[in-house]
Design a protein around this ligand. Structure first.
Ligand code: NAP
Length: 213
């Protein structure tokens, strides 16, 4: 596929660009300040910043380019706008707060555990450079659990992306933990999303979970 990669120079983008090329995609990297017409590209991938992603994705969708979005910090109005534009142009827009397969499984296991141990809290830990808090994964996990689940955010150097879901019961504690040690962890999920993109319905699809049976 001819893929526009927004944020190609970033920490995730720098890992994704060669991996997408190795998988056979033609990649055009887009950095902040670049003004590229998305028309004619078969897909756009965005790993940029919360204040940049909406403009990038809206421009691509308006040009009829399907999108795969990894940038976090998106709110309900951003998602509603993507859905409306994507439906209007009859193209898919896929958004995932976490492209790591292990994180998808963590969320599934947490939802199952909550059926038996409903008292839960989430601790998410990320590199200090992460702008948004709580993380998109923590918010998605909390939404998948019953009741109001408190989220604790840690931002420190030396971390990549980590999350614990703690379930407390009388005399016992269950911890479900996922650790991302390297940004390579996000590559298979992005490749899967690109592979499935043309099979998705027009409009917004959220979560890698929807692609992993
Ligand atoms: P990063 O290192 O700060 O990289 C962001 C990149 O985006 C930078 O190269 C930046 O360029 C570029 N950029 C900023 N505005 C842009 C624009 N308007 N158009 C094109 N490029 C632009 O951040 P990161 O660690 O790679 O993470 C990127 C995003 O992905 C964050 O929101 C992070 O939370 C999210 N993320 C998601 C997942 C997932 O699985 N969904 C996994 C990891 C990270 P300049 O430096 O020139 O500004």
């Amino acid at each position: 596929m001819r893929v526009l990669l927004y944020g190609a120079g970033g920490k995730v983008g720098a890992v994704l660009a060669p991996a997408l090329q190795a998988a056979g995609h033609q990649v055009v990297g887009v950095g902040s300040g670049d003004d590229i017409d998305p028309s004619g590209h078969e897909a756009a991938v965005d790993f940029t910043r919360p204040d940049a992603v909406r403009g990038n994705v809206e421009r691509c969708l308006e040009a009829g380019v399907p999108c795969v979005v990894g940038t976090t910090g998106l709110g309900p109005s951003d998602l509603a706008s993507f859905d409306e534009l994507a439906r209007a142009r009859a193209v898919p827009c896929f958004v995932a707060p976490n492209f790591a397969l292990g994180a998808v499984l963590m969320m599934r296991f947490a939802a199952e555990a909550a059926q038996h141990m409903p008292r839960a809290e989430i601790v998410e830990l990320h590199d200090e450079a992460k702008v948004d808090a709580p993380s998109g994964t923590a918010k998605a996990t909390a939404q998948a659990l019953p009741g109001e689940v408190p989220i604790h955010s840690v931002r420190l150097p030396g971390l990549v992306a980590h999350q614990e879901v703690l379930f407390g019961g009388r005399g016992q504690l269950l911890t479900i933990r996922h650790d991302t040690h390297s940004r390579e962890a996000f590559v298979p999920g992005v490749l899967l999303a690109l592979e499935r993109l043309t099979t998705l319905p027009p409009g917004l699809t959220v979560g890698l979970d929807t692609l992993v049976s």
